[in-house]
Design a protein around this ligand. Structure first.
Ligand SMILES: *Cc1c(COP(=O)(O)O)cnc(C)c1O
Length: 365
């Protein structure tokens, strides 16, 4: 069986270093908010090229906290609107709802799967406060166009970088294109912890200060609470493990990009639509998502041929029970992507022979 994503193989390659990091944390006797977190935050900020990187408990919390911080700073209020892509993992949208703000959905571009900047302005109202672009499947959104719209209308830009660690355009990296960004280090993400973890990047000192308090019970000084905060700390162990894996992130991305390029060049089947890449460096291939009208059939055929695939994602956010109030709305492009998307195996531990096999079997369908 060619696995979709073999996390054991991925992490095994770092076994000795991960064990050493674990031992260091164990022996330190200090497990929350210590030197491991400080070191990882400094390393991740340097990697992204931002002034601040702030460790948090997971990617959803990263986005929730950014919006919460803007509320505490008096820039957003209950009922304000944030533009989000209709085609995303639901977390991007939940982060807005969780703060009593209103997510306003905008359709994607059918070829890149990312939010279509040309459709954003029509959805801006007097209540719009921010745009929340999601670099879906690892490909940067058209940030030049999005930032121009944001600037024109005085909106904040909050990047959802949960799938895009290291994606770059003109030497600038994901997490450094807007006012703040949320990252996830869920085990299957490009940079994955051995559990839940996340981070926020920003160049704004005031925002960073509010965020650091909010993620720790709203407290700047112990037992003195400035805000009604959360407990969303990144623990020392995950920070230490992430520090090990950050060192090889770029190598892993290059390996995945080479595999993706082989798929793009060698998969030739009229029943399969390949993803469109706007700029080579701007795609870090969290997922290789094809589209096909015979999705269930192709998936069964691939399974029968020992190739594991996954659907990202089967149900669009506006058709979820969680958003009952939107179930009658129509976002046909997002719905089309959700009904046709199929993710092929793509990971830094796929062997050339496995890549050959995926290409051969897909072409033979
Ligand atoms: C994974 C993901 C999140 C949430 O991250 P968690 O760490 O699982 O909370 C948010 N947005 C997108 C696009 C994601 O893929």
């Amino acid at each position: 069986m060619i696995k979709f994503l073999d996390l054991l193989e991925i992490n095994k390659r770092h076994k000795e270093e991960l064990k050493a990091a674990f031992e260091r944390v164990l022996d330190s006797g200090w497990y929350i908010m210590g030197n491991e977190l400080k070191t990882f935050e400094a390393d991740f900020a340097a990697y992204c090229g931002t002034k601040h990187a702030i460790g948090v408990a997971n990617g959803l919390d990263a986005l929730i906290l950014i919006i919460r911080a803007y509320k505490e700073l008096g820039l957003f209020q209950d009922g304000d609107e944030i533009i989000v892509p209709a085609n995303t993992y639901i977390a991007s949208i939940l982060a807005v709802s969780a703060n009593n703000l209103v997510p306003v959905l905008v359709e994607p571009d059918i070829n890149t799967y990312n939010i279509n900047p040309a459709l954003i302005e029509a959805r801006i109202t007097s209540k719009t406060k921010a745009i929340l672009p999601v670099h879906l499947y690892g490909q940067l959104c058209d940030m030049e166009a999005i930032n121009a719209i944001a600037q024109k209308h005085g909106l904040k830009v909050i990047e959802d970088c949960a799938q895009a660690h290291g994606a770059a355009s003109n030497t600038k990296l994901a997490g450094n294109f807007g006012d703040a960004a949320g990252f996830s280090f869920y085990p299957g993400k490009n940079l994955g912890a051995l559990g839940d973890a996340g981070a926020i990047t920003t160049n704004n000192d005031k925002l960073a200060e509010a965020l650091r308090a909010l993620l720790n019970y709203g407290s700047e000084i112990k037992y003195k609470n400035k805000y009604k905060g959360l407990n969303s700390r990144l623990d020392e162990l995950q920070a230490a493990l992430l520090g090990v894996k950050l060192k090889t992130l770029d190598d892993e991305t290059l390996t995945k990009r080479a595999i993706a390029n082989r798929y793009l060049q060698e998969i030739k089947n009229p029943k399969v639509i390949l993803p469109e890449v706007a700029e080579l460096s701007a795609h870090v291939w969290h997922l290789f998502v094809i589209r096909t009208q015979n999705r269930e059939q192709i998936q069964q055929y691939l399974t029968a041929n020992d190739i594991q695939t996954v659907i990202h994602y089967p149900i669009p956010p506006h058709k979820q029970e969680a958003y009952k109030e939107w179930n009658n709305l129509s976002y046909p492009i997002s719905e089309k992507i959700h009904s046709e998307a199929l993710s092929l195996p793509l990971s830094p531990v796929l062997t050339p022979a496995e890549v050959d096999q995926v290409i051969k079997i897909v072409n033979a369908y």
